[in-house]
Design a protein around this ligand. Structure first.
Ligand SMILES: Nc1ncnc2c1ncn2[C@@H]1O[C@H](COP(=O)(O)OP(=O)(O)O)[C@@H](O)[C@H]1O
Ligand SMILES: [Mg+2]
Length: 373
């Protein structure tokens, strides 16, 4: 297949908004990185989505939409339709120039052990509204085959690293609500896993204490003191001893917030940022060799205190933000879903035994055409 233009859209576990990105690819080579955009959720939309996470807790059938899940699903579809239409208009691109849209949807439940992963968002409705074929439901096949269904982005991280010179091995680390890494040491296949909490605990803690959505720039954490006992206790969770591949639900560690000793807001922000950094470093002994370089993407790269904790914990490895190596750190996941969508079109596998633990390389995603009902 020739190189095509594809648009990817990601709405991650942070529930902050929809990232949009265009890339040119044949599903293997990245021929060009195009424009990016972001469509934030409104506060009202965010509260519907937070409620959807609660309503999804009891799901046993991934197609069921009890409580406010049906409403949340329409909201997610609408936000993505708006996002892609605004993106095309802003960049004077017509729908016919885009071969495929990669639509992750919004994860509301992720329990691979029960072969259950639920992303809300209607692919067919999005295809009709955008007038572009849509690939969606990327995690289901992997989970049904016994994989973790996450992370999905390693195949893209590995293509990005392939274009980069410099010391190896390289770990690409995405710090969203949950943090996930891809260890790249070509020609070995990439190794990937979720490492533990990313920003989700910091965000939840701050929202409760101050109503702020996140610790902007890590300014609060910079003034706080790290409570090491809390971190030592949290690290006893068996998740951290498990070897990759492994993945997490957004709320897997939410309960530990209730075990946080009494402390100031700044101390809490510092302690939770250090927890994220420490749990990331805790993955290193599970890797074949210590990475020489870490490239950090996702919203967590904007938390400068977290970045400095990471520098400390991962030393002597180099720690750089994705933007520092010339990538668009906030758009990498969206770019990855554009890349994955083209792989779906081409019938190429997107998940592998070393990335999700699936027994054999697996194709993922369903393609729906704009005309389909
Ligand atoms: N300026 C900032 N300072 C600190 N943290 C930030 C900043 N901007 C974004 N973040 C963090 O990044 C999160 C969004 O990151 P993102 O990569 O979109 O995650 P997800 O994939 O889970 O949606 C926010 O919820 C917040 O925690
Ligand atoms: Mg996000």
């Amino acid at each position: 297949m020739a190189v095509v233009r594809a648009v990817g859209m990601m709405s991650g576990t942070s529930l902050d908004g929809v990232d949009v990105a265009l890339i040119e690819t044949d599903g293997e080579r990245i021929a060009a990185l195009g424009p990016t955009a972001y469509r934030a959720y409104t506060d009202d939309e965010r509260s519907v989505l937070r409620q959807a996470l609660t309503d999804a807790v009891g799901l046993t059938n991934r197609n069921a939409r009890p409580g406010n899940l049906a409403h949340a699903e329409s909201l997610v579809t609408d936000a993505h339709a708006e996002a892609v239409q605004a993106f095309l208009a802003a960049n004077s691109i017509s729908a016919s120039e885009i071969a495929i849209v990669g639509f992750h949807g919004q994860t509301v439940l992720h329990r691979p052990r029960q072969q259950l992963t639920v992303q809300i968002g209607q692919g067919a409705a999005l295809a009709r509204r955008a007038g572009i074929p849509v690939a969606y439901d990327f995690r289901a096949a992997d989970v049904a085959a016994g994989g973790e269904g996450a992370p999905l982005v390693p195949v893209y991280h590995s293509a990005l690293v392939g274009m980069l010179g410099g010391p190896r091995p390289v770990c690409v680390l995405n710090i969203g609500g949950v943090a996930n890494l891809t260890y790249c040491d070509p020609p070995h296949p990439p190794i990937a896993c979720d490492t533990g909490p990313g920003n989700a605990l910091i965000d939840d803690f701050l929202r409760e204490r101050t109503g702020q959505r996140y610790d902007d720039g890590g300014a609060l954490a910079a003034q706080g003191k790290v409570h090491g006992d809390f971190i030592a206790a949290a690290l006893r969770d068996p998740f951290f001893d498990a070897r990759p591949p492994k993945s997490l639900d957004r709320n897997a560690f939410a309960d530990i917030l209730s075990t946080l000793p009494k402390m100031s807001t700044a101390d809490g922000a510092a302690t939770l940022a250090m927890l994220t950094a420490t749990t990331i470093a805790r993955a290193v002994p599970h890797l074949p060799r210590p990475p020489a370089r870490w490239i950090i993407s996702g919203g967590g790269a904007h938390n400068r205190t977290l970045m400095s904790f990471l520098g400390e914990k991962l030393a002597p490895a180099q720690v750089k933000t994705a933007d520092e190596v010339g990538w668009s750190g906030d758009a990498i996941e969206a770019q990855a879903f554009a890349y994955l969508a083209v792989r779906t079109l081409r019938g190429l596998p997107s998940t592998f035994p070393t990335t999700t633990g699936v027994p054999m390389p697996m194709r993922g995603g369903i393609v729906t055409q704009p005309a389909a009902q």
